[in-house]
Design a protein around this ligand. Structure first.
Ligand SMILES: [Mn+2]
Length: 184
């Protein structure tokens, strides 16, 4: 049984096509027009052993907000679709992920009830082209469209690139959203 979500979404602001295979090999094929965001989604795929394909064409002439938020909506929708009836998965997962100076906690419950809590702060306005305030928008959109309870806490860290990357890796990491089947 394949656990794949395949979603297309077009609005006035963005046109997004995304495929998520939960039982992949960690391959990312990602083009959002925002280099740092591609790097983050690639990390998420790699460390979650997901195959993730994203083609996003958004109104980057405005800013990165719509594109980042809408990729969150579409990724959450694809995750929900891929999980199907969620039979035999581990619902709960958590991870404390170190990334050099950054230490990030992520906890997930794939309960079907969306909730989002994010206790991370950033000290720069953007990393690369990505506005740091959109990081919160992305994970909020993801948690609500996937129907999951998602918590982040920054435990330490000064480098904004590392903190954000720590969030994406922690969500992918050891158990959250790996959505492993239980064995035996
Ligand atoms: Mn990096």
């Amino acid at each position: 049984m394949s656990r794949i979500g395949d979603v297309e979404r077009t609005t006035k602001e963005t046109k997004i096509k995304l495929t998520l295979n939960l039982d992949g090999e960690g391959k990312g094929d990602i083009a959002t027009g925002i280099g740092f965001f591609d790097h983050m989604l690639g990390s998420f795929a790699r460390h979650g052993f997901f195959d993730l394909k994203v083609q996003a064409d958004g109104d980057l002439n405005v800013d990165t907000h719509h594109t980042v938020e809408d990729v969150g909506i579409v990724l959450g929708t694809a995750l929900k679709e891929a999980l199907g009836d969620k039979k035999s998965i581990r619902r709960f997962g958590s991870c404390i992920l170190p990334m050099d100076d950054a230490l990030v906690l992520c906890a997930v419950d794939l309960s079907g009830r969306p909730y989002f809590s994010c206790d991370t702060e950033f000290t720069v306005e953007r990393v690369g082209k990505l506005e740091t305030e959109t990081v919160r928008e992305f994970f909020y959109a993801l948690s609500y469209s996937a129907g999951m309870n998602l918590h982040f806490k920054k435990l330490s860290g000064d480098n904004n690139h590392h903190v954000i990357e720590g969030m994406f890796k922690a969500l992918a990491g050891p158990s959250p959203t790996r959505c492993q089947r239980t064995r035996g």
